[in-house]
Write a protein that binds this ligand. Structure first.
Ligand SMILES: *Cc1c(COP(=O)(O)O)cnc(C)c1O
Length: 440
């Protein structure tokens, strides 16, 4: 399997190059040259397989030529070492909890898988690989944890001073060793800018083998297919088709689900639920693709207005918007709607949504309303709960905070101590000097 750039279909590279560079030199995202099909008998008998065998079946056609099966198996075991509970909210509406990993967010899956791939490639190149990443919160924590003490890899994380939650900062800074957190006196955009500039800087590239770890990287994107298959396995006896609602920011998570569907997983429909950063809802309504300046919301991991993975989604449907709209719709929700539904779901069903999962749930409600279907006539609808509410404690209704606080995860937070962080201004040259000096 080769991968081509979405900016130039003739620009093919290996999985290894795609993972080590993140983005193609022409600025395009990488895409697999063909989409492998899962055998129908495998889908029919999916109950017989454990999560590891399912993951192997899904990922092997993409990477089997590059990494030995034995090692892939090792990576998978290390990645899927936590649970993915599917819980009923009511009738046919379910939540798929993706926050039982080490940093309580779905990004743990992609981060751990990618760390495994990089550490395998390190063995063949023998040169230290530096992962450089800007974070607005969740990515930093997941990448730090996923790459901690992985041999041959170091991680430099830029995060905005006062721009991430207390728990998120601790997750980034409590590890030490090969993890280097840089607290930047500025906002997320400043961090992002500095990282992008470093990737293009020849002097830095002379001294570093740099790669990124956001959802652009195929080693982070592809493994996100695993839990769509796992959810399907849990619900299959109902013999119904599934609708997924995915709280979306960069659209990497939903795009993995859509790839899984193209591979043969029977998913009827996708709902991309967003906050008021609504470029895609507007686009699918027929407006021009026109990202507006990012607006801050309480679902801040989705404060993104130009979702990088949307080009992959368009490509999956050969840019045919008519066909795409038969599989995908997208709705936006305000902070007020988000906040109110968190309170309502608690009072009606005693389930605590985080602001991102809440938007996923709202997507299903809106879909049902527009389709004028009663829930019990509906196929199974699943929304993804992408993070544990404790990560967004200050955004949660006051009366719920204590309940979340008292959950076992609070102990988890108290345990973490800031071990190492370096403070820098948001001046690119200072950052560059810091990078160059540590390689003299
Ligand atoms: C990153 C993130 C999202 C958005 O996922 P994308 O793949 O960027 O669409 C949603 N919720 C949480 C909690 C996240 O951390």
């Amino acid at each position: 399997m080769l991968y081509y750039s979405l900016n130039n279909f003739k620009n093919y590279v290996s999985f290894k190059t795609a993972v080590l560079t993140g983005l193609a030199i022409d600025g395009g995202l990488y895409f697999p040259e063909k989409i492998p099909k899962i055998k129908r008998t495998f889908i029919q008998n999916i109950k017989k397989y454990d999560n590891y065998s399912i993951a192997m079946e899904v990922i092997k056609p993409y990477i089997g030529e590059y990494i030995s099966e034995e090692y892939i198996d090792k990576i998978i075991h290390n990645t899927l070492n936590f649970s993915f509970p599917l819980k009923k909210i009511y009738e046919n509406i379910y939540v798929l909890e993706l926050f039982h990993g080490p940093t309580l967010a779905f990004k743990d899956v992609g981060a751990k898988f990618m760390a495994g791939c990089l550490s395998y490639f390190y063995k063949t190149i023998g040169e230290l690989i530096t992962v450089l990443v800007a974070t607005s919160g969740d990515t930093g924590g997941a990448v730090a944890k996923g790459f901690h003490n992985v041999s041959g890899i170091e991680v430099i994380i830029l995060y905005p001073h006062k721009g991430v939650s207390d728990l998120q900062e601790k997750q980034i800074t409590s590890l030490g060793d090969n993890i280097f957190p840089l607290e930047i006196k500025g906002n997320f955009d400043n961090c992002q800018y500095m990282v992008k500039k470093a990737f293009l800087d020849k002097e830095i590239k002379n001294k570093y083998l740099l790669t990124s770890a956001n959802s652009i990287n195929i080693a982070r994107w592809l493994p996100q297919m695993f839990y769509y298959f796992i959810a399907y396995k849990k619900i299959i006896e109902k013999n119904q088709k599934i609708i997924f609602s995915v709280p979306s920011g960069n659209f990497g998570n939903i795009c993995a689900g859509m790839l899984a569907e193209k591979m043969g997983l029977p998913i009827k429909y996708f709902i991309a639920s967003t906050n008021i950063n609504d470029t895609i809802p507007r686009f699918l309504k027929g407006e021009k693709y026109h990202p507006l300046p990012v607006k801050k919301t309480i679902s801040n991991a989705m404060d993104i207005s130009n979702p990088s993975n949307f080009s992959r989604i368009l490509h999956l449907y050969k840019n045919n918007i008519f066909k795409l709209k038969k599989k995908l719709c997208s709705y936006k929700f305000t902070d007020e709607e988000t906040f109110n539904i968190i309170k309502k779901v608690w009072s009606n069903y005693k389930y605590i949504l985080d602001p991102h999962g809440a938007i996923g749930y709202l997507g299903i409600k809106k879909y049902l309303k527009l389709q004028k279907v009663k829930t019990h006539f509906l196929e199974t609808a699943i929304f993804l709960e992408t993070a544990h509410p404790i990560k967004f404690l200050d955004k949660m209704p006051f009366f719920l905070r204590k309940k979340i606080f008292l959950s076992k995860e609070e102990k988890f937070r108290k345990k973490l101590k800031i071990k190492k962080k370096i403070s820098l201004s948001n001046n690119y040259n200072f950052f560059k000097d810091w990078l160059i000096k540590r390689r003299r």
